[in-house]
Design a protein around this ligand. Structure first.
Ligand SMILES: Cc1ncc(COP(=O)(O)O)c(C=O)c1O
Length: 426
């Protein structure tokens, strides 16, 4: 059996990596059955096509990036240097250095959430935390409900845990918030996990207090379900949008809710791999155990960088967020002027997620018809060297995702080319 193993685009392959591991294994290599459900992703295919075109000398503009185009704050880099020279080069406790665990506890105490130190586990990125929760709670045959549109990795992580992903979809008209009755319809007695992500990748939608209250009301009816609240974009908020954690509105769900977060996005530390989870003691202990038998601790000096990030001058992050807000306004305004495109006003994260279905059925200048968002993305890439990510892998086939974590000149060039591309569709 030839199995193709691939992972999605968000922060997995640094731009310098030429050959991502879309490896077709040798046919005689028998791989585990669980991998047969992990599909090569369309997002990776787009990124690869873009790389191929770049290699041929095309002036490619990419709006696919899932990471800030800023460097980490200077004080974080300095703290990492210092940690190296101070001897932070050995194993640390699996779940994190006590200094970092304390800082994470203080971070949540400021939000009114009091945590014991055995309710915190530090991981090599937020993704590892999500992965460890899935591995700790899911059995084969279980269902895991993912609130959609969703980050591409959730369904694959659920499949690797040999469970079945089930989606509950929020529409653009509802600000991509999943209605309680839709969530309720997706939940069954087999639901063991629910994954919520606000602010959202890919939509930029933010669940309000009322939205979360309605969500919590449904979740209370399913006491067997563990809940992941992925809050990795919690600082990326615009125009007065507020980050409310599920636990703030529903402290009664504390015994089965895990909050996942990390330094990747907020402090532009994607390649440094630092995330964490906070939650009920039994589950955190299980995650610790799994991590202890797989990767052990997150890198020791990077953990000290995390201490500096969480306690240091907030200025660099504020400046980055101000730049992102300017870009957000620019991109949304442009998108809204395109005929056949409607765009929700994203108040969080760093993505715009327009509905492009008004362009489906139109013909490209060469006469081929744009049937769906995949075709549209191919057209933009092949004819205009603009890379966007089609929405199907996020559970939203009428949309494309554009990241504005890129400089203003690139954004301007991409949007100018898109205007021309859409204009020429008949
Ligand atoms: C919603 C969401 N959660 C988690 C992650 C993973 O973060 P990390 O790089 O810390 O593993 C990402 C990265 O793209 C994300 O978009």
């Amino acid at each position: 059996m030839a199995v193709i193993v691939a992972v999605a685009v968000d922060g997995h392959f640094p731009s310098g990596v030429d050959s991502p591991p879309t490896t077709a294994y040798h046919p005689s290599m028998k791989l585990a059955d669980r991998l047969s459900t992990v599909a090569p992703s369309a997002t990776l295919a787009m990124a690869q096509k873009a790389r191929d075109m770049k290699a041929k000398g095309r002036d490619v503009v990419s709006l696919t990036t899932g990471e800030p185009d800023f460097p980490p704050p200077d004080h974080v880099i300095e703290a990492i240097h210092k940690a190296l020279t101070d001897g932070y080069t050995r194993y640390t406790p699996v779940g994190g250095l006590p200094e970092l665990v304390e800082v994470i506890r203080a971070h949540y105490a400021n939000k009114g959430l009091s945590l014991a130190s055995n309710q915190v586990v530090v991981s090599a990125g937020a993704k590892q935390a999500v992965f460890n929760v899935a591995m700790a709670v899911l059995n084969p045959g279980d269902e895991a409900v993912v609130l959609a549109p969703y980050w591409v990795s959730y369904p694959d992580i659920i499949r690797i845990a040999e469970a079945t992903p089930v989606t509950a979809v929020g529409t653009q008209d509802d600000g991509f918030v999943v209605r309680p009755e839709v969530l309720d319809a997706a939940m069954t007695d087999k639901t063991r996990l629910v994954i919520l992500n606000s602010p959202s990748n890919p939509t930029g939608g933010v669940y309000s207090r009322a939205d979360l209250e309605a969500t919590a009301e449904v979740l209370r009816r399913y006491p067997n379900a563990v809940i992941i609240s992925d809050e990795i974009y919690d600082r990326f908020l615009y125009e007065g949008a507020e980050q409310i954690s599920l636990l703030e509105v529903a402290p009664d769900l504390e015994d089965r809710t895990v909050v996942v977060n990390g330094c990747s996005k907020t402090f532009a530390m994607t390649g440094l791999r630092l995330g964490w989870a906070v939650g009920p003691k039994t589950l955190i202990a299980a995650m610790n155990m799994l991590q202890g038998q797989s990767t052990s601790n997150a890198s020791a000096p990077i953990q000290m960088g995390g201490v500096a990030a969480l306690t240091g001058d907030p200025g660099p992050v504020e400046r980055m967020l101000a730049a992102f807000d300017r870009r957000r306004r620019f991109i949304v305004d442009k998108l809204r002027h395109f005929k056949g495109v409607t765009c929700f006003d994203p108040r969080g994260a760093f993505y715009a997620f327009p509905d492009v279905s008004g362009l489906f059925g139109k013909a490209r200048p060469d006469g081929t018809v744009v049937k769906d968002a995949d075709d549209l993305s191919d057209y933009l890439l092949e004819q205009y060297a603009v890379v966007v990510v089609p929405g199907a892998p996020f559970g939203a086939p009428n949309h494309v995702r554009l990241s504005y974590a890129t400089d203003e000149d690139t954004l301007d060039r991409a949007l100018t080319r898109m205007a021309e591309a859409f204009e020429r569709l008949r």
